[in-house]
Design a protein around this ligand. Structure first.
Ligand SMILES: Nc1ncnc2c1ncn2[C@@H]1O[C@H](COP(=O)(O)OP(=O)(O)OP(=O)(O)O)[C@@H](O)[C@H]1O
Length: 940
C-alpha cells in the first residue's frame, strides 16, 4: 500500500516537474479531455473552459491544472492515457521511458478510449481498405471472389539497376524491406511486369494485409492510387497534397485542427503509398513535370505524383509503384526493383486447387494442362489463367462435353472464350436446363453480335483517343443498354472523381479492351479495309526500345515519349496481335458468321501482305555484327511482337519466310522479356528453318514450359543459351534428349537456373555425347559434389570442350577432387571456373597437384573459396611447374602473408603466368606492400 501511495504521489510530482515538456509536446488534447470526462475526473464545464482557450499550450496548461487539483488518481490516469494511446502521443513516448513509467494495478482497470483524430483516421483507413480489397475485381459483375480465397503467390524476382537478377522474394513482407536495395537514396519500390501478370493484385494483397495489420511495416497510413486517375484530371485543375490524400482516399472525421495532415507531414515515414499502372499515365513528358516542394502549394495532381515519387514531398514515405515492363522511369528515384514473373508450375497447381472447389474439375483441368505445356505457358500469366479456368468452369457446367482446346490455343482463343462466356450468360436462363446441350460458339456470337459489336466499337473509340475510361454518354451513343452492361465487359469506376461527378466506366482489363478494339476493326464494314493496319503503323513509328539491360535504366530524355502519349504501347501491340488472330484461317469459320466473307478475305489478304513486307524489312534492317560465335543479330522487342503476330495468324507461309529471312547464324533475344508462351511462337517460325542457328535467350522468363515448346527447334541449334530463365531439371530432360539426338550443339548456357544434381547428370550426358560442345555455362545452379562428379567425369571424356563455368555452385572438395582428375592431362579445356564452390585447401591441393600435369589450361578461377595457407605451397609448386597457365584467380580466399610469400617466390620461376589475383585475402595494407616488386601478383 505504501508503495502505491508513493507512486501516486510521484505522478502528481511528475506532472509538476515535467510541466514545461508536457505543455510543449502534448498535441491531441481532445482525446485526453474525452477520457477524463468519461471517467468523471472533469465535468462538461471543465471541458468547455479548456476548449474555449485558444492555443494548444494554454489548453494543456489548463488540463494539467485541472488534473493536479483533482488529485493523484487523476494525475496517474492522465499519464495512463498517454501511455495507452501511444500512436497519438508518439512525441511523449520517449518521456514515458525516461520517467520509467509503468501503470499501477489500480489504473489498469480503468478504461481508455482512443478518440484521437489520428488513430481514428487510421482505423477509418484500415476499415475502408478492408472493404475495398477483400474481393478480386469482378469480371462478370454477378460473381466476386474473395481475395484470400484466390490469391496465389507469384514469382517476384529482385533485379539490380542493370536488370540483373538478385534472386526471388520469399514473401510480400520482403517487398518493403531493405533486402536488394541498390539505391538507398531512392524512395520508390518499382514493381514491373507484363500485361496481366498480377501487378494490381499484388498491390491489392499488400493493401489487404496492411488493413488487417498483417503486413510487417511501421506505416500507419496507406494511400492507394491508380495512376490513370492522374492524367484524367483536367490540366487546369490544381489541388493540394492534402486534397490528393484525403479526397481521393478517405478524409479524416472531426479533425478541426488538421492534426492528421500535420502528423503526416511530421512523420512521413509512417506513410505507405501504392501507385498502380504508371504506364497508363497519358502525358507527353512526365519526367519534366515541374516538381512541387511545398505541401501547402496547389498543383496538378501529376506534379504531386512526381514530387512524391522523387521525395520532394513527404520525403521518407514508402512508395510502391507498378508499371508494365519497358516503362521508363528515372533510375534515381528507384530504391529497388522487382519483376513479376507470373505463376511457377507449383503456383499453378495451388491456383488450380483454389480456383476449383470440385475435385472433378481439378482433375480434369490438371490432366488437360499436363498434356499441353503450351497452355501451361500461357497460364503462367495469371490473367490468362483466370480466363481459361473461368471459361472452363462456365462452359463445362453448361455443356457436359466441354474440354479446353487441345493443341496450340492462342491468346485470341482465350479472349474469344471469355467473350463467349459473357455472351452466353445473357443468352442462357439457367445452366441446369442447358446441361448436355452441345456447345455452338458461333451461335452464341451470332446471338450476341449486337452488344459485342457495340462494346467493340466503344473500346476502339476509347483506345483511339488514348484513354481507358468512357462516360455514360459514350456508352449510350454506341447503342449499349443498361442490360448490356451486366454482361461483364465494363465496370464502373468511382475513384477518379473526388467530387462525385457522373459515372464513368472502364473495360475490365486493358488487354480485353485491346481485344475488343481488334474485333471492331474486323467487324467494321464502313471504314476502308486498310484501316485495320492503323495501329501497326502507329507502333512502327514509335521509338524501338532496346533489349539491352542497361538501356532500360537510362531515361528521362524527352525524346522517349514522342508522339504517342503512353509510356509503352503494349495495348496497341495487343490489338494488332488479336487482329491477326481474328483474321486467321483458324477463326474464319466463326468470323464468317459475323462479317461478310468477302470483306473478311480482303482484310486477311491485306494483313498478310503487310506482315510479310514488314517482317522482311525488319529482318533486313536489323544490325548484324560478328562475334566469337559467328554472325550475330540482336533482335529488338518489336521482333518478339512480330513472332507473336505470326503465330496468331497461323500462317505457315509467313513463318517460313521469316525463318528464311534470318540470315545471321545467331539470334540474340537476351533481356527481351520472352515468357514461356512466346516459345510456341518462336518454335512456330524456327521449325521452318533449314539451316543451323544459334539462339541466345539469356535473361528471360521462359521456364520449363518454354523449353518444352522449343523442343522441335533444338535439332538445329548450335548455340543454346538459356541462362537466367528459371529452368529446372525437367528442362534438362528435354535438352538432353534433343541435343544428344542431333549432336550439333556447340555452346550450352544454363547459368543461374534451378538445376540440381539430377539435371547435372543429364548435362553430363550431353557433354559426353555431343562432340562439338565447346562451352558450358553452368554457374549459379544447385550442383553439389555429386553433380560435380558427373560433370567432371564427362568433361574428362570430351575432347571438344574448352570453357566450363561452374561459378556459384556447391561442389566442395568432392567436386574439386573430381575436377582435378578430369583436368590431369585434359586435351582441350583452357578456361575453368570453380569460383564460389566451398572448396577448402584439401580440394585446392588436389586441383593444384593435378594441374601440374596439364599444359592446356590457361585461365583458372578459384575466387571466393575457402583456401588457406595450407594450400599455398601446392599452388606455388603449380606456378613453379610453368605449365602454360596464364591467369590464376585466387581472390577472396583465406591466404595470409605467409601463403602469398610462397606464391611470390614461385613466380620467379614462371614465364607464362601473366597474373595471380589475390585481392581480398587476409593481408593488411602494410603486408601487401612488401609484394609491390612482383607486378604479376595483383592485389587490386
Ligand atoms: N496473385 C494472383 N493470384 C490469383 N489471381 C491473380 C493473381 N494475380 C493476378 N490474378 C488474376 O489475373 C487478373 C489480372 O491481374 P492484374 O490486373 O493484377 O494484372 P496486371 O499485371 O495489373 O495487368 P495490366 O498491366 O494489364 O494492368 C486478376 O484480375 C486476377 O483474376
Amino acid at each position: 500500500m505504501g508503495q502505491i501511495e508513493e507512486s501516486r504521489a510521484s505522478c502528481l510530482n511528475t506532472l509538476t516537474y515535467h510541466r514545461e515538456l508536457l505543455v510543449s509536446r502534448l498535441r491531441s488534447v481532445q482525446c485526453i479531455l474525452d477520457n477524463l470526462l468519461a471517467c468523471g475526473f472533469v465535468c462538461e464545464e471543465d471541458v468547455e473552459i479548456v476548449q474555449r482557450t485558444i492555443t494548444k499550450p494554454e489548453q494543456v496548461r489548463k488540463i494539467l491544472d485541472l488534473v493536479q487539483c483533482k488529485g493523484e488518481e487523476a494525475c496517474e490516469y492522465f499519464i495512463y492515457i498517454i501511455y495507452k494511446v501511444c500512436d497519438a502521443y508518439i512525441d511523449l513516448q520517449p518521456w514515458l521511458k525516461e520517467i520509467d513509467y509503468t501503470p499501477s494495478r489500480d489504473v489498469t482497470v480503468m478504461t481508455v478510449v482512443n478518440t484521437d483524430p489520428i488513430s481514428r483516421y487510421c482505423e477509418k483507413l484500415r476499415h475502408e481498405m478492408i472493404r475495398d480489397t477483400c474481393f478480386i475485381m469482378s469480371y462478370g459483375q454477378q460473381e466476386e471472389s474473395r481475395l484470400e480465397d484466390l490469391y496465389t503467390d507469384t514469382l517476384m524476382e529482385l533485379l539490380n539497376d542493370c536488370n540483373e537478377s538478385l534472386g526471388f522474394l520469399e514473401s510480400l513482407d520482403q517487398l518493403l524491406g531493405d533486402h536488394a536495395v541498390f539505391n538507398p537514396q531512392g524512395e520508390t519500390i518499382y514493381v514491373m511486369g507484363d500485361a496481366g501478370v498480377g501487378k494490381s493484385i499484388l498491390l491489392q494483397k499488400l493493401q489487404n494485409l496492411w488493413s488487417k495489420k498483417e503486413l510487417q511495416t511501421d506505416a500507419i497510413f496507406f494511400f492507394k492510387f491508380r495512376c490513370r486517375m492522374f492524367s484524367i484530371i483536367k490540366d487546369t485543375e490544381q489541388i493540394s497534397l492534402r486534397d490528393l490524400l484525403f479526397k481521393y482516399n478517405c478524409s479524416p472525421d472531426q479533425d478541426p485542427d488538421h492534426e492528421v495532415f500535420d502528423y503526416i507531414l511530421r512523420f512521413p515515414e509512417k506513410v505507405l503509398f501504392t501507385f498502380d499502372g504508371y504506364d497508363e499515365i497519358q502525358t507527353n513528358d512526365l519526367m519534366n513535370v515541374a516538381e512541387v516542394v511545398s505541401p501547402e502549394a496547389k498543383a496538378h495532381p501529376l506534379q504531386l505524383l512526381v514530387s512524391l515519387l522523387c521525395g520532394k514531398l513527404l520525403q521518407g514515405s514508402h512508395k510502391v509503384l507498378t508499371a508494365r515492363t519497358g516503362t521508363e522511369i528515372q533510375s534515381r528515384v528507384i530504391r529497388k526493383k522487382v519483376a513479376l514473373r507470373g505463376f511457377s508450375p507449383a503456383h499453378l497447381k495451388t491456383y488450380i486447387h483454389l480456383h476449383f472447389k470440385e475435385q472433378e474439375h481439378r482433375e480434369l483441368v490438371s490432366v488437360q494442362l499436363d498434356a499441353s505445356p503450351h497452355l501451361c505457358g500461357l497460364c503462367s500469366t495469371p490473367l490468362f489463367c483466370w480466363i481459361v479456368f473461368k471459361s472452363f468452369r462456365h462452359l463445362h457446367t453448361m455443356h457436359d462435353s466441354f474440354h479446353l482446346p487441345e493443341t496450340c490455343i492462342t491468346l485470341t482463343d482465350i479472349f474469344l472464350l471469355l467473350s463467349e462466356v459473357f455472351l452466353s450468360r445473357s443468352a442462357s436462363p439457367a445452366p441446369s436446363l442447358l446441361k448436355k446441350s452441345s456447345r455452338c460458339a458461333s451461335d452464341t456470337f451470332k446471338a450476341g453480335l449486337r452488344p459485342l459489336a457495340a462494346f467493340a466499337k466503344l473500346a476502339l473509340q476509347v483506345l483511339e483517343r488514348g484513354s481507358f475510361i468512357c462516360s455514360q454518354e459514350e456508352i449510350s451513343a454506341c447503342g449499349l443498354t443498361e442490360e448490356d452492361l451486366t454482361l461483364g465487359f465494363l465496370r464502373p469506376v468511382s475513384e477518379y472523381d473526388a467530387s462525385g461527378g457522373p459515372a464513368t466506366f472502364e473495360v475490365l482489363h486493358i488487354t480485353l479492351q485491346s481485344f475488343l478494339a481488334a474485333f471492331a476493326l474486323v467487324l467494321d464494314e464502313q471504314a476502308a479495309a486498310s484501316s485495320i493496319l492503323k495501329f501497326f503503323t502507329e507502333c512502327s513509328r514509335k521509338r524501338e526500345p532496346s533489349c539491352l539491360p542497361f538501356d532500360f535504366c537510362i531515361c528521362g530524355s524527352s525524346e522517349s515519349s514522342e508522339k504517342h502519349p503512353f509510356a509503352t504501347n503494349d495495348h496497341l501491340q495487343f490489338t494488332n496481335l488479336f487482329l491477326c488472330g481474328l483474321l486467321s484461317k483458324a477463326h474464319s469459320g466463326l468470323m464468317e458468321h459475323l462479317v461478310s466473307p468477302v470483306l473478311l478475305k480482303k482484310k486477311r489478304a491485306l494483313l498478310k501482305s503487310y506482315l510479310s513486307t514488314s517482317v522482311k524489312s525488319h529482318l533486313h534492317g536489323l544490325p548484324h555484327y560478328n562475334g566469337e560465335e559467328g554472325r550475330k543479330v540482336h533482335v529488338l522487342p518489336n521482333f518478339l511482337w512480330m513472332l507473336r503476330c505470326i503465330f496468331e495468324t497461323g500462317s505457315k507461309d509467313i513463318a517460313q519466310m521469316t525463318a528464311k529471312g534470318i540470315t545471321a547464324g545467331l539470334i540474340k533475344l537476351g533481356y527481351c522479356n520472352v515468357y514461356s508462351g512466346d516459345c510456341t511462337a518462336l518454335n512456330f517460325v524456327l521449325q521452318h528453318r533449314q539451316k543451323l542457328l544459334g539462339l541466345d535467350m539469356d535473361n528471360n522468363n521462359i521456364s520449363d514450359y518454354g523449353v518444352m515448346q522449343l523442343r522441335p527447334s533444338f535439332s538445329k541449334m548450335t548455340v543454346v543459351r538459356l541462362c537466367v530463365n528459371q529452368l529446372s531439371d525437367s528442362s534438362m530432360e528435354v535438352l538432353t534428349e534433343e541435343l544428344c539426338k542431333h549432336k550439333v550443339v556447340e555452346v550450352l548456357g544454363l547459368y543461374n537456373n534451378h538445376i540440381t544434381d539430377v539435371g547435372a547428370k543429364l548435362v553430363a550426358q550431353i557433354i559426353e555425347t555431343c562432340p562439338k560442345l565447346r562451352v558450358l555455362k553452368f554457374g549459379k545452379n544447385r550442383i553439389t559434389g555429386v553433380g560435380g562428379r558427373f560433370l567432371a567425369s564427362a568433361i574428362q571424356k570430351s575432347t571438344s570442350i574448352f570453357d566450363v563455368g561452374m561459378w556459384g555452385n556447391c561442389v566442395g572438395d568432392e567436386g574439386a577432387e573430381a575436377f582435378a582428375e578430369a583436368l590431369r592431362r585434359h586435351p582441350s579445356l583452357t578456361n575453368l571456373s570453380l569460383a564460389a564452390n566451398s572448396i577448402t585447401s584439401k580440394g585446392g591441393k588436389c586441383l593444384a597437384e593435378a594441374l601440374k600435369e596439364n599444359s592446356v589450361l590457361r585461365i583458372f578461377w578459384l575466387v571466393q573459396n575457402e583456401l588457406t595457407d595450407e594450400a599455398a605451397p601446392h599452388f606455388a609448386q603449380l606456378v613453379q611447374a610453368n605449365t602454360g597457365l596464364c591467369h590464376l584467380w585466387l581472390i577472396s580466399n583465406h591466404f595470409t602473408v605467409d601463403g602469398i610469400k610462397h606464391l611470390a617466390a614461385a613466380l620467379a620461376h614462371n614465364t607464362a603466368l601473366k597474373e595471380i589475383c589475390v585481392k581480398g585475402n587476409k593481408l593488411s595494407e602494410e603486408e601487401e606492400k612488401q609484394f609491390v616488386a612482383e607486378k604479376r601478383l595483383r592485389f587490386h
